[in-house]
Structures are given as C-alpha cells and as structure tokens.
Design a binder for this molecule. Structure first.
Ligand code: CP3
Length: 357
C-alpha cells in the first residue's frame, strides 16, 4: 500500500506532533456542493448513489478537490446496515429516512438476520477499495458506522423521531427485546467496520447521534456498552497497525470520562462543550475532535475565522486535536465559507504546534 503523503489526521488521533491542526468535516460530501447535487441527480436517488461504488467514489472526492481537507470520509449512510437486515430503507424527499418494515415486536427482533459485510454490504466495501486506490495516499480515508443505539432508534421508530417514544417504551416495557436488538447490531456493526478496515479505511468513526437523549444510566447500558464492545472487537489494519476509533456521542458532554474509558482513541465533541475543559478532563487519554457549531458557517468568513481561532485557543498548544464541526454541515452553506474555515484552521493553528520538537 502507498505510504500516506498527508498523515496529520492519523498523527493527531495518536496524539503525536503535527505541523498544523488537521481538519475534516462531518457531511463534507453533501448537498451544499452543487457538484454533489449533480451526481445525485444522475444517480436518480440517494440510495442509488450510495449503492454505486463509482458514484460514491466521485462524491467522496468532490470536497477534496475544493478544500485543503486532511481526510476523506467514505460516502455512504449509517442506515445501510439496517437496510441490509431487511428493513427496506428509503428516503422521502425532504422528510429524511424511512423503513418499510420497522421492528416493533420481540418476534421481529428475533427474526432479524445479522448481515455479512462482504456478502450483504459489498457495495460499501467496493467503494472503500476504489477510494483508497484513487486517493493514492493523498490523505487517509475514514470509515464509519452508526452506534447500535442510534441505528436502533431508526429501526424501532421507523423514521426520525422527536422524542423517541416508541423505543423508550420498548426500553422500559421490553428491555430484553431491546437488549437483543442491540446485541445483534453490535455484532453487525463490528463485522461491518472490520470489513471496511480489511478493505482499506485508516480510521473509523462511530456516530452516536441519539445517545445524548438518554438518562445517564440508560446511556451506559444501551449506548455506551455496545460501543465499548465494538471498540474491543475491531481488527488491526491489513498492515498490522491499529486503526484509530473516534466515538461521537452528540450531547455526550456530561459523559466524556466514561466514553474515554471505552478504549477509543478520540472523542467527537458537539459545540456545547468547551474543548479546553474537555482536554483537562480526558486529554491525557484520548484525542479530541471538534467542535465548531455548524451554524457558524452561515456567518461571514471573518466571523468564521474568529470562531475557529477561539476553538484553537481554547484547546491550546500541543497535540491531540482534530478540527471538525460539532455536527454535520447544513445543505444551505456557501462552499466559500467552508474554504474560509479550512484555511483558517491551518493558518491559525501554526503557532500552537511550533514549540513541538
Ligand atoms: O460525512 C460525510 O460526508 C459522509 C457521508 C454521510 C452521510 N450520512 C451522507 C448523507 C455520513 C457519515 C452520514 C451519517 C448519518 N446518516 C448519520 C449520523 C450523523 C448525523 O448526521 O447525525 C445519521 C443520523 C444518518 C441518517 C440520515 N441520512 C438522515 C437522518 C438523513 C436525512 C437528513 C438529511 O440530512 O437529509 C440522511 C441522508 C443523507 N446522508 C444525506 C447525505 C449527504 C442527504 C441525502 C440527500 O442527498 O438528499
């Protein structure tokens, strides 16, 4: 395999010295880019885009052609796993994801198959292999999955939810059924991420978008424990190196110490957390990724630059910071504003790394 030309991301995730702070953005390939919208309309719909390795490669590369990003992220979706379990994923224009067969009964959960990454999600593995070849070591490729809890919310609710009343009722009235669902998802996600690692991803992120809606006790049992089992079950890369794992629990700021104790390599932070305080709490154990409010990107380039400077100053000098947003980019953002963000991270972070040997 080609050696990496730009290895800032992997160095920062290992808390090793870097020249400037690396930056990538959640949803960096997406609807805010006109070239993404063009490729998606050629594909016909979002799922066809995900299921075509050639088109997934094309949209993965689009933000790298425009911006000096330090990583590529596989273009796919977290809901491909429940789709491969037979739930029938589809996207209703403007309404988000839906399942034709939500799982609402213990019998339906019992019957769920655990997909095999190469057999049932081969289009994702093929996309990873194509992207690695095309990148040729330019930047590392990040793979990802949803957390078992976050996937379960969509599978049980059947769609996005405001208050998660169906799955929380299952949690209270049928906890064994929910545990079984989470056990199956834990196996499915571990195999899926190991498939991506075998195919060539160089870091992985687990998106726990909805863990932050739980009580602390429920979070530990139903979201954090499954993620810890996944972290423990991940394989090394084909060359034998450890593949760093980033855990991102949105609204997980209360639980940083507990998340760091899973054995993950980095924590993703949403924008409600002071990244300097987070560093004082867990920075001797894990790297930190984040955490600009995505809404800042609606403001002027000067204001964006100011906010970037503020986060870099709060983190302070030294290793272990990966710059990112606190959640995904909104579809209405002006691409020039993303360029202002990426350039500001590289320019303004230089003084924080100079002292490094
Ligand atoms: O970050 C990237 O560039 C990689 C691609 C990526 C997508 N989805 C593409 C996508 C990643 C990492 C995801 C993760 C994902 N998907 C999450 C976790 C992160 C988060 O945002 O909280 C979740 C909860 C989903 C489920 C999902 N997929 C929803 C709720 C939606 C609809 C909402 C929306 O933004 O439209 C999607 C669709 C989706 N996934 C789009 C993209 C680019 C938009 C689809 C389109 O082109 O119309």
């Amino acid at each position: 395999m080609t050696a990496l030309i730009n290895d800032r991301l992997l160095r920062a995730l290992r808390r090793e010295p870097v020249d400037v702070t690396p930056v990538w953005l959640m949803r960096q390939a997406g609807r805010y880019l006109p070239e993404y919208r063009a490729t998606r309309s050629r594909a016909g719909d979002f799922m066809s885009l995900c299921q075509s390795p050639q088109l997934a490669l094309e949209v993965t590369m689009q933000p790298l052609e425009r911006f000096a990003l330090d990583a590529a992220i596989l273009f796919s979706d977290i809901l491909t796993v429940p789709d491969a379990m037979g739930l029938g994923l589809y996207f209703e224009e403007g309404e988000g994801p839906r399942f034709r067969q939500p799982v609402t009964t213990p019998a339906a959960i019992e019957a769920l198959p655990i997909p095999d990454a190469e057999r049932d999600l081969g289009y994702v593995m093929d996309a990873v292999r194509l992207i690695r070849r095309e990148l040729a070591g330019r930047v590392p490729l990040i793979g990802f999955s949803g957390s078992p809890w976050t996937l379960a919310t969509y599978m049980v609710e059947g769609q996005s939810s405001r208050d998660f009343r169906t799955i929380k009722r299952m949690l209270l009235d049928q906890p064994e059924a929910l545990e079984l669902l989470l056990d199956k998802l834990t196996l499915a996600v571990t195999d899926y991420l190991n498939g991506q690692i075998a195919a060539g991803v160089q870091a992985v992120q687990i998106f726990d978008t909805w863990g932050g809606t739980l009580t602390t006790g429920w979070y530990e049992r139903f979201s954090l424990r499954p993620m810890a089992r996944i972290v423990a079950g991940l394989n090394p890369a084909p060359d034998g190196s450890r593949v760093p794992v980033i855990l991102f629990t949105k609204q997980g700021g209360l639980w940083l110490e507990r998340i760091a104790a899973t054995g993950c390599d980095a924590l993703g932070l949403d924008w409600t957390v002071d990244i300097g305080e987070a560093r004082a709490r867990v920075g001797d154990r894990v790297a930190l990724q984040g955490n600009l409010d995505p809404v800042v990107l609606y403001a002027s380039p000067a204001a964006i630059r100011h906010e970037v400077g503020d986060i870099l100053a709060r983190y302070g000098a030294g290793n272990g910071h990966v710059f990112n947003l606190g959640h995904g980019i909104h579809p209405q953002i002006e691409p020039d504003h993303v360029a202002a963000l990426v350039d500001a991270v590289h320019e303004l972070s230089l003084p924080y790394h100079r002292v490094q040997g």
